[in-house]
Design a protein around this ligand. Structure first.
Ligand SMILES: *Cc1c(COP(=O)(O)O)cnc(C)c1O
Length: 355
């Protein structure tokens, strides 16, 4: 028996919308499903403007470009995250400046940001890592009026101080990649309440065209296709079901795993939705070999980004390092069966798998 790290959860709702989009022959980035998907997401998160993008990484690039971040600028990025935010900074020609994360939330530590600010700092990216929101109030205190970009790619359904994650940044970005909690296969979105910024981002995402074949700025094509947006509309309509279904898997792991296994903590202002269930073990690498040997696609979490060749800076990030050494993602998806959770648990604690 093989158990993948994650799986998508699609229904007849998405199938119906995709068929409709196909039959309508509106399959490019212009079409009714793109507009409906953007409106549904805006309502779900509680923000004014949403621009659907081809993926989350391009959403981050678009957010940076919309804010005018480019060559010569520095952008603060957490040391512990999937690489996309740091790559986006590099892709616009700016320099990522890393900050260690907080031991409880695993998100950027606001107390360490100030010493990394410089006259060149143009923005800060906070990542709501593995479903835990960053501390946006503390971060705002630390950075003053600098724009905050919220990378909420792993936190669909979580809340910060009782408000949906995705509304805390000056610009917020979601990914809808196949392994995310709300998924279109490939896909992303940028969200903001700032009308001017929204207009600028929409312009850049559409070849910089303000009228047919009139290019006001250098743009690109970051659009999501109508077919993908049809999947997205169905997923947003099924949002609560999909988020709850993942939380049920986390509750099963909570129940079945022995107390001795380290779990993630939570700040009191955070309500966590489940992305990938995550545990902490000092003998993580040993356990990982056992899990993989049993056909369970568990994975070690990311290494600190400043260990990677393009991001090396010779500094130490002890908290990121300690998480990287010990944390493990367990298979998690909406609709994962109880026997699958049990099989992962057995393999993890070293029992024989009952089949
Ligand atoms: C998944 C992810 C992204 C974007 O991913 P895409 O595959 O480009 O949609 C960005 N940031 C984080 C933290 C992610 O986990």
């Amino acid at each position: 028996m093989r158990i993948p790290l994650s799986n998508v959860n699609l229904s007849s709702v998405e199938v119906g919308y995709v068929n409709d989009a196909l039959l309508s022959e509106w399959i490019s980035g212009t079409g009714g499903y793109v507009t409906r998907f953007e409106a549904a997401l805006a309502e779900k998160i509680g923000c004014e403007y949403v621009i659907a993008t081809a993926n989350g990484t391009l959403g981050l690039v678009l957010a940076l470009q919309g804010l005018g971040v480019g060559v010569g600028d520095e952008v603060i990025v957490p040391a512990f995250t999937f690489a996309a935010p740091a790559a986006a900074v590099k892709l616009v020609g700016a320099t990522p400046v890393f900050v260690d994360v907080h031991p409880v939330s695993w998100t950027i530590d606001p107390g360490l940001v100030e010493e990394r600010l410089s006259p060149r700092t143009a923005a800060v990216i906070a990542v709501d890592v593995i479903g835990h929101p960053a501390d946006y109030n503390a971060l705002r205190q630390a950075v003053g009026t600098l724009p905050i970009i919220q990378d909420a790619a792993e936190a669909h359904g979580s809340e910060y101080c009782g408000r949906a994650v995705g509304s805390q940044g000056d610009v917020s970005v979601f990914s809808f990649h196949a392994n995310k909690a709300i998924s279109t296969g490939e896909g992303g979105a940028v969200l903001t309440d700032d009308a001017e910024l929204a207009a600028q981002m929409r312009l850049i995402a559409n070849h910089g065209m303000s009228a047919p074949y009139w290019h006001n700025v250098v743009g690109c094509n970051y659009r999501m296709s109508n077919l993908v947006a049809a999947v997205g509309l169905g997923q947003v309509q099924r949002w609560d079901y999909l988020i709850d279904a993942r939380d049920i898997i986390a509750e099963r792991y909570d129940e079945l795993l022995p107390e001795s296994i380290g779990r993630r903590l939570r700040e009191k202002w955070a309500t966590l939705a489940t992305w990938l269930y995550c545990v902490l073990m000092d003998n993580r690498d040993e356990v990982l070999i056992r899990l993989n040997g049993a056909g369970v696609d568990a994975r070690a979490v990311w290494r600190p980004l400043p260990e990677m060749p393009p991001y090396r800076d010779g500094r130490d990030y002890p908290v990121a390092q300690s998480i990287s050494d010990r944390a493990l993602f367990l298979p998690t998806w909406a609709g994962m069966r109880r026997y699958q959770v049990e099989a992962v648990t057995c393999a993890l604690v070293g029992d024989k798998i009952a089949t």
